[in-house]
Write a protein that binds this ligand. Structure first.
Ligand code: PHE
Length: 446
């Protein structure tokens, strides 16, 4: 497979920000914030993004652009005959488990987009929305149908390659995403109870914070910034040598955080205005929000706009995960892009179908007390991504010769400012923090 590359700086930014900004920012971030005490969670999340996420993103960029390979090939070429390529393998496993359930939720966003367009959809009571949601996800057929459409769209973009697929559509969809979220924010901020919602996001209540909140915040930083799986590594393998990696990583991180905040501002003022409980978990955007749209000014427009926003965000992230697999199959097994994309999409869709059915007819708690769908989510974001991130940090911090990493960071950059600090963080704080968080996540400490 001939290597494609991004054609412009804007293209790189749109694609990488498109990967980072996804269901994680809108669906997952807001319900985690709702469940874990609002502002206090947000502040810990922010600290994790800056101190752990940003250095790891720079590390992934460094490895990717330096080797211009997929996650496994990259480690293999830097340190042949070592165990390091296992880090890449972990990324491939993570890509399978994230995208298979992500495709199901991506399908949910399309379903809600279509349903919210119909006038009558916004007139139910909160209880009825709960029933609508459960009936839908438990149905053996419809969620699979919507999943197929979502995966079909993901396929259609990735099969076109980097420049005419991923770059082109990210450049088109990301500005639209920003526009929609800002418009929704404007409506949300004019609601009567807006200030209470804003206080929830910005005024910390530290009494809610325990080790579990910290674990969730760090896991969310990985998930939201698309780290630990080799997604950013893969995208960076298509970045030209004239670009400043540190600057790009910083811009992507800022954009991702900004959208998480904007999503919070879109959701919580409305939630508080209508006296709805913010701690409604994963159902927050699918059960709580339709009820809110039904009551708010311009709800008929804001509702569909919100689900369109969600669908776009999901799509530009899904393509980045599929690309990890396509790059791997294409380069390591020497398949053409078309074959690699078809086979990956089919496999992901099949696993996703099982996940979807595990919400309904195949629902049992056989996977560590969870159904298959929840297990995929927990397994990837609580285990694969942080472990992958740990090894990526240790690799760039300790194993990759400083001359290589330093030099890679210097290429295209105006100065070496910050390089020492980044390397120091990758060597010490980042791995140490991941170990502590990981051990307390699995209940060994804390
Ligand atoms: N960052 C994406 C989101 O916020 C999800 C994702 C995770 C994408 C891991 C790629 C890799 O929804």
């Amino acid at each position: 497979m001939k290597r494609d590359s991004f054609s412009s700086r804007m293209g790189v930014l749109a694609a990488a920000a498109g990967s980072a900004i996804g269901l994680g920012n809108i669906w997952r971030f807001t319900y985690l914030m709702g469940d874990n005490g609002g502002a206090a969670f947000f502040i810990i999340y922010l600290a994790s993004v800056i101190l752990i996420g940003l250095p790891i993103m720079i590390a992934e960029f460094t490895i990717g652009r330096n080797t211009q390979k997929n996650p496994i090939g990259a480690f293999r070429s830097l340190v042949p005959k070592s165990a390091w390529p296992l880090t890449g393998w972990l990324g491939i496993i993570a890509a399978f488990s994230v995208l298979s359930f992500y495709g199901v939720v991506g399908g949910w966003t399309l379903y809600y987009l279509v349903r919210s367009i119909s006038q009558s959809f916004l007139q139910f009571s909160p209880d009825q929305y709960a029933t609508i949601f459960t009936n839908y996800i438990e149905n053996p057929l419809i969620p699979i149908l919507t999943q197929l459409i979502f995966m079909g769209l993901t396929f259609a973009i990735v099969v076109r390659g980097i420049q005419s697929g991923i770059e082109k559509y990210s450049k088109l969809l990301m500005p639209l995403l920003f526009l929609i979220v800002i418009l929704i924010d404007i409506v949300a901020l004019t609601m009567p109870g807006a200030s209470e919602g804003l206080a929830f996001i910005f005024k910390p209540d530290w009494s809610k914070v325990d080790m579990n909140v910290i674990v969730m915040a760090v896991g969310q930083a990985f998930f939201s910034l698309s780290l630990g799986m080799g997604t950013m590594l893969t995208y960076a393998s298509y970045i030209g040598k004239q670009q400043d990696l540190k600057k790009t990583a910083l811009q992507v991180t800022v954009a991702d955080t900004l959208v998480a905040v904007l999503a919070g501002v879109a959701i919580f003022p409305a939630v508080f205005s209508f006296n709805i409980d913010p701690t409604s978990g994963p159902g927050l955007v699918f059960i709580t929000l339709p009820a809110v749209f039904g009551k708010m000014p311009f709800g008929q427009i804001v509702g569909p706009a919100f689900f369109l926003l969600l669908a776009i965000a999901a799509l530009t992230s899904a393509i980045s995960i599929l690309e990890v697999l396509v790059a791997y199959f294409g380069e390591e097994l020497k398949w053409g892009r078309k074959k690699a994309t078809i086979i990956s999409t089919v496999l992901l869709t099949l696993i996703g179908m099982i996940a979807s059915l595990s919400n309904g007819i195949w629902n049992n708690d056989a996977f560590f007390g969870m159904n298959f769908m929840d297990f995929l989510g927990a397994f990837s974001s609580n285990y694969c991504l942080p472990i992958g991130g740990f090894f990526i940090a240790v690799f760039v911090g300790w194993r990759m010769k400083p001359e290589w990493s330093n030099q890679e960071l210097l290429i295209g950059a105006k100065s070496a400012r910050g390089n020492k600090l980044i390397l120091w963080l990758l060597r010490t704080l980042v791995p140490a923090a991941i170990i502590v968080v990981f051990l307390s996540g699995i209940g060994v400490i804390g």
